[in-house]
Each structure stands twice: as C-alpha cells, then as structure tokens.
Design a protein around this ligand. Structure first.
Ligand code: GDP
Ligand code: MG
Length: 258
C-alpha cells in the first residue's frame, strides 16, 4: 500500500486482524462528555442497522435513553454519541446531505461480499466525501459481512474504492475496519467496530462541527450548483459525471509526493 500525503504528515497504520488506518497524526485533546453526531451511511442492505444494534453490546458502551426514531444514543468513554441510521436506498440518499453539516464524522458501512455493487458504493462514497459539508471530517469505513466466503478484505476494498485518492482529495482522516455485524447470540463484543468507533471519536477535531447551512453565501454559488447536481445524481438510476469539478480546497490542500 502506498503512502498517503496530506496537509499534515499522515501515518499509514496497520492494526490487528487486517485493520488498516490512514490518519493524520494530530493530537486532539478529549473534553468531558462531549456530544457528537455521527452519520451511519452506506448502500441499502450493507448492514447499517445491524452494526448499530451490534454496537449496543460493546464493552464500555452505555445505551442512553431518549433517542429519536432512527437514532441511537450511546455513551462511549467521554462522548455522548448520537448515531443517525440513514436509509441507503437510491431514492433516500438525497436526504443524507441535510444531515451533513450537523455531523462530526461518518461511519460508512460496506457489504464486503456484494461485489456487484462495489462500484455503486465507490460512487456514493466519493460523492459523500466530496460534499463541502463533509470534506475533512473523519470517516470510519466498516467492511462488514466478513463472515461470508466472498467478502473482500480491507486491502482489496481500498483498491476497489480508490480509497487513498478519496482520502487525499477530500482531506478526511479515514480508517477501515473489518467486521461482521450478524453474529450468533453467544458472540463476543464487536471488537473491531468498537475499536474503529473509538478511533473516530478521538479523531474528531476539538472545534464544533461547522454549520454551513446558516453561513452559506446567498445566491447560486458553487455549493448551490453542486447541490442541484447531487439531486440529479442521488436519485434512482444515478450516474457519476466524468470529470465533475471538485470543490475548491484552498491553501494547504492535499498533494501527493513525487
Ligand atoms: N452474513 C452477514 N449478514 C449480515 C451482516 N450484517 C448484516 N447482515 C444481514 O444483511 C441484511 C441487511 O442488514 P441491515 O442491517 O438491515 O442493512 P441496512 O439496510 O444497511 O440497514 C440483513 O439480512 C442482515 O441480517 C454480517 O455481518 N454478515
Ligand atoms: Mg437499515
């Protein structure tokens, strides 16, 4: 696997059980009982709801009451985490972006065995990460259904999804963890998923998530143009526009060595 170069010196980390992380090695202090919102995204049938239910059983995870529909509230270490389980069918994806500005980070769940839809997953992930309200926020990629015989390994998924390029272009710290959400009742805690979640929480910057909806400039700027394009693209029969412009990155953007 090649190195990934970013605005800050990144590290490529390999963990146990084939887990792999690309991350910028920034020290981020924890604050007490910090409230964070994480979006759980991915294609329909990827295992998003199963992952959330499995997380409930995690060691050191406390399920908090008073969650709204499609929300799960957990206390993990010093964080009060709200997980938003967003439906992944094509017709539902256009609603995702209304949550982007409030999100501190993303969990993107993949069905690692669904080879026929891997390209669709790549397009969807690319579109999410390049949205101006998402770029730069940390991403935990959960390579689910590792219990199935045809599941791709994280290193294969990195290639299939062009993950290094996506990470560099969008400056989003990213970690990939293999997991299997559907396990027998006697299975132990969801170790790798929780490990990934803890990484995600540590990687969220100390500053609050921006709220660009209120701050966005009036008039049909690049953001509005992009929004219209996404509406067209995120519906049924979506297609990626070849050569679609990336949002401007400003100074200190991503570069590759050499
Ligand atoms: N074999 C296997 N099946 C899984 C796993 N996770 C979820 N599933 C199954 O995949 C299907 C879709 O799961 P669900 O959580 O509803 O997906 P969602 O549409 O992304 O929320 C269900 O039949 C689950 O039982 C897994 O790790 N392994
Ligand atoms: Mg679901």
């Amino acid at each position: 696997m090649g190195r990934v170069w970013g605005a800050l010196e990144p590290a490529v980390v390999s963990g146990p059980q084939g887990s792999t992380a690309f991350l910028w090695d920034a020290h981020i202090p924890l604050s007490l009982h910090r409230k964070v919102t994480l979006l759980v995204l991915g294609l329909d049938n990827a295992g998003k709801t199963s992952i959330i239910m499995d997380l409930d059983r995690g060691e050191g995870v406390e399920v908090l009451p008073m969650a709204q529909p499609a929300q799960t509230r957990l206390r993990v270490e010093r964080f009060e985490v709200t997980l938003l389980d967003l439906p992944g069918a094509p017709r539902s994806r256009s609603a995702w972006r209304s949550h982007y500005s409030a999100a501190h980070g993303l969990l993107f769940v993949l069905d690692s065995s669904d080879l026929a839809r891997m390209e669709e997953a790549r397009r969807v992930l690319s579109r999410v990460l390049s949205h101006p309200d998402v770029s730069g926020k940390p991403l935990l990629l959960l390579a689910n259904k590792q219990d199935t015989a045809s599941a791709l390994l994280p290193c294969e998924l990195i290639e299939r999804l062009s993950l290094e390029r996506l990470v560099n272009e969008n400056r989003s710290p990213c970690r990939i963890e293999p997991c299997a959400a559907k396990r027998g009742p006697t299975a132990g805690p969801p170790r790798t998923t929780l490990q990934g979640l803890r990484w995600l929480l540590r990687t969220i910057p100390a500053a609050p998530a921006p709220q660009p909806a209120a701050a966005s400039p009036p008039g049909p700027g690049p953001r509005a143009a992009r929004g219209r394009r996404e509406e067209e693209e995120e519906g049924e029969g979506e297609e990626e526009r070849p050569g679609a412009a990336k949002p401007s990155r400003g100074a200190g953007g991503i570069r590759r060595r050499g």
